[in-house]
Design a protein around this ligand. Structure first.
Ligand SMILES: N[C@@H](CCC(=O)N[C@@H](CS)C(=O)NCC(=O)O)C(=O)O
Length: 228
């Protein structure tokens, strides 16, 4: 299997955590995609994923699978013992629902704010993003507000259960965790006092599949090019 991604990007981190949870990191060859040079918007990459985003999984038979959730489901089911995407029909449905909420309430709006309300990944990629228009700033700020409400919503969920979909760590938690990492970079952070969310984040950060993984840090060369 090959994974096309870039270390340190939130959707790349989702897959890297799934692979670590399943003990499959060594089974994968990583192919770096230069997001800052907009490599993922060029024809060669668009043939792999017409959405023009990473991550993409390439199977040994040449099949390309994109969308972090689809890739996660594939990896989780490979050993016939899904632990991150639900085992029973009810668990699967609840994980799916909460995962989608984590995307829609936090990860996606943080991404919109990052790309449209900040300089994002720089000039080369900005050319592929939305043009300047009068409503752009308001749209970015609305998405930041959506993410802030999402943080509060998940704080309430986590007051009632250990993880987003119940007692078990799942891809829903991984998506929200990636959203929080992305939020740190984009300047969209939970309000003070969301204690359940903060405690959950601390617990997730300590998981062996998450803790100290270099794949969660942006490459130094990328940081330099972005002016950090
Ligand atoms: N819905 C996609 C989102 C993937 C995504 O947005 N990936 C980011 C990197 S974390 C990306 O490629 N961004 C580049 C861009 O937006 O041009 C998924 O679940 O895989």
């Amino acid at each position: 299997m090959k994974i096309y991604d870039r270390p340190g990007f939130p959707n790349a981190a989702r897959i890297r955590i799934v692979l670590a949870e399943k003990g499959l990191d060594a089974a994968v060859e990583y192919v770096p995609v230069d997001l800052i040079a907009a490599e993922h918007k060029q024809e060669a990459f668009l043939k792999l994923n017409p959405s023009g985003v990473i991550p993409v999984l390439e199977l040994d038979d040449g099949t390309f699978i994109s969308e972090a959730t689809a890739i996660s489901e594939y990896i989780d089911n490979l050993d016939g013992n899904p632990t991150l995407t639900g085992a029973s029909p009810k668990e699967k449905a609840i994980v799916h629902m909460m995962q989608r909420r984590a995307e829609a309430f936090v990860l996606d709006p943080v991404g919109i704010f990052f790309h449209h309300g900040t300089p994002g990944l720089g000039a080369a990629l900005q050319a592929y993003k939305s043009p300047e228009w009068n409503g752009r700033e308001e749209w970015a700020l609305r998405n930041r507000a959506t993410a802030m409400s999402g943080f509060a919503y998940f704080d309430e969920v986590l007051a009632r259960s250990s993880f987003l979909a119940g007692d078990r760590f799942s891809i829903a938690d991984i998506t929200l965790y990636a959203g929080l990492l992305f939020g740190d970079v984009a300047g969209v952070q939970p309000a003070n006092g969301l204690e359940h969310l903060a405690q959950w984040r601390g617990r997730v950060a300590e998981l062996p599949s998450v803790k100290g993984r270099s794949g969660q840090n942006l490459l130094p060369e990328d940081l330099r090019r972005l002016g950090f």
